[in-house]
Design a protein around this ligand. Structure first.
Ligand SMILES: [Zn+2]
Length: 335
């Protein structure tokens, strides 16, 4: 069940992510009034161990303790139980960033909650939406968006020159809110790093003082779009040493946002195990054969692509994916 507040709850501004449960027992929506009453929506902790958003919001709000906010803000704090445990999600939970309107699992209780948040923000005529995340590999800070429209690219481009357009997975917060207003997902590097907190905070502050997102786009923006999501099939063991069936090369973590050549080696595999990688396109079709080639003991790239979110965190690889594969996209002309 959702809980809502019309003021900053006591203790919120200084709480650590793992202690939030002492103040907020469940997913919480906090509405704060500002000069312009069309609210900016900010969501954080959809993944419990991605804490940068919370700390950026706390820093932002502390700056306005003695003065009026330029614009109303609605803050959604998502998976507080997972934050307590310091994990992306608890084993028995669903991923809080796959159950927003548009999800394939709209029957779930958690999906009803996200629908409720979306409906409330629709009623409030939400102005823009920012969902703040972290990732585990070596990635630049970048922003993701779900509609190829100027306001979306402009909102994303205020955070980073590196932008990723995607339409799957379904049920993510930014794609649900894309139906209501310009929306963006921020990827702020490693969780809790000061540089990421400061960057996110400065970004929030900038957006908060803007009236119009319909600005001409910077020419130096680098746009990519995801073409596939790579998974390791459930039935195979994997790791980064040489004792599993699929042994990923440790250097792959340095491959994020690098254009990789055909033939790049990704993993050593147990000979004759017929181990493989799965790749799912936007329609959830398995298209691994388009991207990977197999020799008796290696997995190599069949075509040139650019990966994102490659990580050595095996739990993330199992619970989410190994990486996304991307291709370059040119900027839309005009409007
Ligand atoms: Zn996340």
């Amino acid at each position: 069940m959702l809980q809502q507040f019309d003021a900053i709850p006591d203790g919120f501004l200084n709480a650590r992510a793992q202690d939030l449960h002492e103040i907020l027992e469940r997913p919480t929506l906090i509405h704060l009034r500002g000069k312009n009453d069309q609210p900016l929506f900010i969501s954080t902790l959809l993944h419990g161990n991605e804490i940068t958003g919370l700390y950026a919001i706390q820093k932002l709000l502390k700056q306005y303790q003695q003065s009026e906010l330029p614009r109303s803000i609605s803050i959604f704090v998502g998976n507080i139980k997972a934050a307590q445990a310091g994990v992306r999600r608890l084993e028995q939970q669903v991923d809080y960033n796959r159950i927003w309107p548009g999800t394939h699992q709209s029957y779930l209780a958690e999906a009803h909650l996200m629908q409720q948040v979306t409906d409330i923000m629709h009623q409030k005529k939400v102005w823009a939406s920012i969902d703040i995340h972290n990732n585990t590999g070596k990635n630049p800070h970048y922003a993701c968006f779900n509609k190829l429209q100027t306001e979306f690219i402009s909102l994303a481009g205020l955070f980073s020159e590196t932008l990723v357009y995607f339409t799957t997975p379904k049920g993510v917060q930014s794609s649900a809110f894309a139906e209501l207003c310009p929306s963006v997902t921020l990827e702020c590097g490693l969780s809790g790093e000061k540089s990421g907190v400061d960057h996110a905070m400065q970004y929030l502050q900038k957006v908060l003082t803007m009236d119009d997102l319909n600005k001409p786009l910077h020419k130096n923006l680098k746009l990519f779009h995801t073409v596939a999501r790579v998974k390791i099939p459930e039935g195979y063991s994997f790791g980064f040493e040489d004792d599993a069936t699929i042994n990923l090369l440790p250097e792959i973590e340095a491959y994020n946002f690098c254009e990789l050549k055909t033939g790049t080696e990704l993993a050593w595999v147990e000979p004759d195990s017929s181990a493989y990688l799965q790749a799912f396109d936007d329609d959830e079709r398995e298209v691994g054969r388009d991207f990977f080639e197999y020799t008796s003991d290696k997995i190599i790239l069949k075509k040139s692509v650019m990966p994102a979110m490659l990580t050595m965190n095996t739990q993330v690889i199992r619970q989410d994916c190994l990486c996304y594969l991307m291709e370059r996209l040119s900027l839309p002309q005009g409007g």
